[in-house]
Structures are given as C-alpha cells and as structure tokens.
Ligand binder design. Structure first.
Ligand code: NAD
Length: 332
C-alpha cells in the first residue's frame, strides 16, 4: 500500500514513520496542501492522507478516483474540508480521527483564556526588560464566572469539566445535551441564553451549514459587554468582520482564536519577513486584547501519537476490507 501525505510537516513524519514500522506502508510526504493545482502529483498511491486545510472538493475527488485512490484518510477530527457526497459517488472511503486527545484542545482553550485574562505573555516580556511594574496587567478571577460552552462533545465536554474545576458556573448549548455533564453541574440552555448570560464563551461545535457564522453581528449584540470569546474549533464559526467591529466597540473585551477563516493561506508556515496581504488578520493582530495561535490546540505529543496510530490502523483496516472498531472513524 502506497500513501501520499499532503501538508506534511517534520513532526508528522516523525510520528508516522515511528508507527508505520508496524505496517510497512510506502509513505511519501509532501509539504504542499492538496487542491486542484496539485492533485496530479498522485501517481500510483491507493491512499492520500490529508489535514485540516487540504481542499478535498468534488473536483479533487474526481481526479483522485481516476488515479485509483481508494482511501482518503484525514489525520484530524474535523472534516468540513472534504466533499463526502463526491467521495461516496466515486466509491472512495473516507476516515478521520474522531477522538485523539480532546484534552489537548480543551487545555489549550484554557491556556488561551488564562493568557488573555492574566496577561502572562506581557508579564514575561516586561520582566525580561527589567520592568517589574504591574500597570495594565490586571485580570479577573475565573472563580464564580459564567462560562458558556457551545458544543459539548468530546472537546467541549473536557473543557466544561476543567472550568467546573475552576469553580465556574458552566452553561451549555448543544443539539444533544450530555446527561453525565449535566449531573456534574453543567446547565443546558438555549443558545440565546448562553450568549446573553456568559462572561466567557467558548466554541466547540463543528463547522457546518447551521453553525457557519454562529457568531455574527446579531448574536454579538446579545452578549454581555466585556465578554471573552475563545474559538479553538473552526474559523468559519465567527464572522471575522463582525468580531473586529465588536472589538472596536469594546463589547468583546478578549478574543482568543486558534483558528481563522482564511487560515489556509497563513497557518502552519513560517512567513516571517514576508509581506502579509491579509489585512483582516493584520487588524486582528493589532488589538492588544486578541490572542492568536496558529491552529496548535491539538499539538501535544499524546495527540500526535494517537493521530498517527489511529490513522494508520484505519487505512490498514479499510485496505483489508475490515470495519474499524469505532464507527465514527469512517465517514464514507
Ligand atoms: P464532537 O463531535 O465530539 O462534538 C461536537 C459537538 O457539537 C457535538 O456534541 C454536537 O452535538 C455539537 N453540535 C453539532 N452541531 C451543533 C450546533 N448546531 N449547535 C450546537 N452544538 C452542535 O467533536 P469534538 O471532537 O469535540 O471537536 C469539536 C470541533 O473541534 C471539531 O469539529 C473541530 O472543528 C475542532 N477541532 C479543533 C482542533 C484544533 O487543533 N484547534 C482539534 C480538533 C478538533
């Protein structure tokens, strides 16, 4: 079995090469994103392995099918970048890694919240310059605050548990409330109520037609002035132009984003020294109360190890005509 990787980084190679010792697949790693411009590099590989910003649309899938590709393996949880109907129509199997380490993403969400609130990134630089003053570094206690969580699946659930541990009140909105979280103290309520009554809002639902721009001018207008908003899910959940207006009007006092609508042109690359022609991200970067990380919430040793093991096992299972143990691994 030959597998062609797209968007591959040195750390992908490190973990996949390690666990491929059990399988002996012929793996080739390409740094470039998959998209219509590059799909012809696929030669005789039966599987392609892609990541969050690879464009796996109908056009790409039809060419993959002509080249004889049988499996598209996503080495991530989200799958909004793959046209599943097109894959189904061409008989290509699609798998993902639904649960590699929800704690990795949940913990990064907390790190973003704490950084924004307690300004440790600013304190670090200040002390290194021998500036031991505290002006401008004041934060607020998380204890007793209301945290609103939109989407309480694996990651949102892990985040709820951490925030309950901080002594926060946790309100949540999900299409399918989780009884276990409810009995731990999470209060499920309508989306409108979560937005109106939370001091901190964290997004953990998938990006789809219903959730696209779930945070927009109208929903922002219902939030408390001074709210902190964190998004470690997908950039398209937030209307970026609207959030910039909300930062300017100070309704949103803190914004932490690990994901960004136009991230595929920027994230996972070192562009230092380059001219960035995305004025929107430049505006976001200019706010002192905005923290941006470049889609790194998943990036722990434990998560990468799980991702490599599950992806290779799924490819092997599908190639052998076996059903992977966990149903949610196979999308098509
Ligand atoms: P999950 O499927 O376990 O949970 C998603 C939850 O959202 C489910 O409980 C579902 O019922 C709920 N949901 C679906 N539609 C909704 C809607 N319209 N309104 C409210 N809730 C809705 O997924 P997960 O593993 O917790 O991952 C959540 C998201 O996190 C993924 O979709 C992915 O986009 C993102 N993610 C980001 C990173 C990162 O590194 N930043 C890593 C992994 C996943």
């Amino acid at each position: 079995m030959k597998i062609l990787f797209f968007s591959a980084k040195p750390y992908d190679k490190q973990f996949f090469d390690l666990y491929n010792e059990d399988y002996g697949f012929e793996i080739e790693y390409l740094e470039t994103h998959l998209g219509p411009h590059i799909v012809n590099t696929v030669q005789d590989q039966q599987a392609v392995c892609v990541f969050v910003n690879d464009k796996v649309n109908a056009e790409v899938i039809s060419i993959l099918a002509k080249k004889g590709v049988k499996i598209i393996a996503l080495r991530c949880a989200g799958f909004n970048n793959v046209d599943l109907d097109a894959a189904r129509a061409h008989g290509i199997r699609v798998c993902r890694v639904p649960e590699y380490s929800p704690q990795a993403v949940a913990e990064h969400t907390v790190a973003m919240l704490l950084t924004l609130n307690r300004k440790t990134h600013k304190a670090y630089n200040r002390v290194r310059e021998q500036d031991f003053s505290l002006n401008g570094l004041m934060g607020f206690n998380l204890y007793g605050k209301t945290v609103g969580v939109i989407g309480t699946g694996k990651i949102g659930g892990a985040f709820c548990r951490i925030m309950l541990g901080f002594g926060c009140k946790v309100k949540a909105y999900d299409l399918y409330p989780n009884k276990e979280l409810e009995s731990s103290g999470v209060v499920y309520t309508a989306l409108e109520d979560v937005l109106v009554s939370s001091d901190i809002i964290s997004l953990h639902c998938p990006l789809n037609e219903d959730t696209h721009y779930i945070i927009n001018e109208k929903t922002i207008a219902t939030m408390r002035t001074g709210v902190a908003l964190i998004n470690t899910s997908r950039g398209g959940l937030i209307n970026t132009a609207d959030i910039i207006e909300a930062l300017k009007s100070k309704r949103v006092a803190y914004l932490g984003i690990d994901v960004y609508e136009q991230e595929e042109k920027l994230f996972f690359r070192d562009l230092s020294g380059s001219i960035i022609d995305d004025d929107v991200i430049q505006r976001l970067i200019s706010f002192p109360n905005v923290l941006i990380t470049a889609h790194q919430a998943f990036f722990t040793q434990e998560a990468l190890s799980e991702i490599a093991q599950i992806t290779l096992k799924s490819i092997n299972d599908l190639a052998c005509g076996q059903k992977p143990e966990n149903n949610s691994i196979v999308l098509v």
